[in-house]
Ligand binder design. Structure first.
Ligand SMILES: Cc1cc2nc3c(=O)[nH]c(=O)nc-3n(C[C@H](O)[C@H](O)[C@H](O)COP(=O)(O)O)c2cc1C
Length: 322
């Protein structure tokens, strides 16, 4: 009862979920098991499509997820990957055919895709790193904004603006609901985000550090041992900022970037990189492991349900005590 009152936001209403807690698309990790676990615990997660490379594999993952949960779930379409594999429209065919209610777009202007999705009444949550991009996404017809601050794992943007500034700036700039992301892993993060005008939170690193995540225990242990300063942003020289765990490979890449290495040379380190396989093998010191600064706050590997329940009870006690 208590949670029903406190947890009703524009995002829980829009998506028909219990808690305003989302798991962003996680390349190589957001499979049927992780996604259904988040949804069964009252949140919502997105199957990662860009690592699948084939629309029928997306259909398979969607059908597996439907076997594991009767709650709503979504699909992430990375428009950054679009430049590489041109598959977004194929994925959207499957999303429509499978009656997926919500899509998370990221990495580039979603306007072309929003038209098709909106025609089918599918909600579009677009991920941005600045208020400027949020305004554009709203103009293109997005239903909500996922605003990512610079602490985030994965692509935190080139602008280096932290969530405490970025979030209220974005909330003031658009009329559609804003979901806060980047550095959140606790009830404190949820409470602050809602107070600052967000209608929900989205997390990546915290869900990557759950029991259901495919990350090998070596990588999960690195997250447990990490301080907030143990991540680094690589590929800024090619305007593709990418925050990950600081290791031998990132040191090599940073060195190359200092020496003005060409994009070809830099990206050669990713050639043939099979994220899922590498994450499951767990050579954490020699692969790129997307990881946000929130790793510094993570001190256990819970199930998705425990993570969400803990966030809610922490949030409840914060709200009761203030
Ligand atoms: C392991 C990992 C993989 C990710 N893969 C993707 C992806 O494929 N597409 C995407 O839009 N965001 C991706 N992200 C970003 C997350 O969806 C989310 O925006 C971000 O992690 C939020 O910040 P946090 O890590 O501080 O929680 C990834 C993040 C991590 C940690």
């Amino acid at each position: 009862m208590f949670e029903d009152v406190y947890m009703k936001t524009k995002i829980t209403e829009m998506l028909g979920i219990k808690y305003p807690i989302l798991c962003g698309g996680l390349y190589g990790l957001s499979d049927a098991n992780l996604v259904s676990s988040v949804c069964n615990a009252g949140g919502l997660a997105f199957i990662s499509s860009s690592d699948l490379g084939d629309k029928e594999l997306l259909r398979e993952e969607i059908q597996k997820t439907k076997q594991l949960t009767s709650n709503p779930f979504g699909v992430n379409i990375s428009l950054l990957a679009e430049t590489k594999n041109n598959l977004s429209h194929d994925y959207i065919d499957v999303i429509i055919e499978e009656h997926i209610p919500v899509v998370e777009t990221s990495g580039n202007n979603p306007a072309e895709y929003i038209k098709r999705l909106k025609a089918e009444n599918i909600k579009v949550l677009h991920k941005v790193v600045t208020a400027r991009h949020a305004i554009k996404a709203e103009e293109a017809g997005a239903d909500a904004i996922i605003l990512v601050g610079y602490s985030a794992g994965g692509h935190p943007g080139m602008e280096e603006v932290g969530l405490f500034v970025n979030l209220p700036e974005t909330v003031r700039s658009v009329n559609i609901p804003v979901i806060a992301a980047g550095g959140i892993c606790s009830g404190e993060g949820l409470a602050c985000s809602l107070i600052m005008g967000a209608e929900g939170i989205l997390m990546g690193t915290a869900f990557a550090a759950t029991q259901e995540s495919l990350f090998h225990d070596n990588i999960k242990n690195k997250i447990l041992q990490s301080k907030s300063t143990d991540t680094v942003v690589v590929f800024k020289s090619v305007r593709n900022a990418f925050r990950c765990y600081k290791n031998n490979l990132t040191q090599k890449i940073i060195e190359l970037e200092k020496n003005n290495a060409s994009p070809q040379e830099l990206f050669s380190y990713l050639k043939g990189f099979d994220a899922k396989k590498s994450y499951m093998e767990g050579d954490a010191d020699n692969i790129l492991v997307p990881m946000g600064q929130a790793a510094g706050l993570i001190d256990r590997i819970p199930t998705c349900r425990e993570l969400i329940d803990n966030i809610i009870s922490q949030y409840d006690s914060i709200v009761l005590n203030h």
